[in-house]
Write a new protein. Sequence first.
Length: 246
Amino acid sequence: MSVMLRRLYTLPRATPLRTTTASAAIFSTPIKRHHHIQGVHRDTATNNANAKFAFNAEYQTKVDETIAKYPSNYKKAAIMPLLDLGQRQLGYCSIGVMNEVARILEVPPMRVYEVASFYTMFQRQPVGKVHIGVCTNLPCMLRGGYDVYNAAKGFIKDNNDDGFYSIEEVECSGACANGPVAEINNLYYEDLEPQSMVNVLKEVRAGTAKPGPVDNKRVSCEPYGEKTSLFGKEAFDVKTVTRTDI
Ligand code: FES
């Protein structure tokens, strides 16, 4: 070992940043992550480079419509919508889907792999017919996101013999004002508590689930109870500064 390295190894360790026991318990304890993000692709019997994928007639029409939205010299901009279409048809974004998207858009497959592996909404391994993403990012976590996540996980553990459900932890779903939030097959269920999360999962299987704030707690993301702000007139009429055709 060189002198330089030996000096490095014998340097005193920095004092850990801790303030109070309570804050350390909340902010310094390593939390087990529950999402399934993989840095690499692992071949399986059904998800490998030899397992080809092709869009069926219905989805091919959507692919053509999507590509037509972009200038022909920028059709690679359609990578994400095409991956989404592939995922909707197959149920997940296999390596076959990615290769087919690369072939259609005439880009190196690596360009597509980079996109599919960066965005967690692309499922790169098979998921259940109903896939649930429970948000545990800060606003949702502060309102009980982990309790909601654990309630969903516990329910699925006991009610999933047929592989109907799959679940992951996500951050952030972009509906923080209504946290805790769960996305279920692209629909949002909001203002959740552990019991309402379980109820939603039962309703999803029964086909009666209604997205949005649960239990009629509110209509959208307005404050609970009485209005507390924005009592006056709007500062200006937004119609004067927006397009008339939208
Ligand atoms: S933190 Fe959960 S939706 Fe933003």
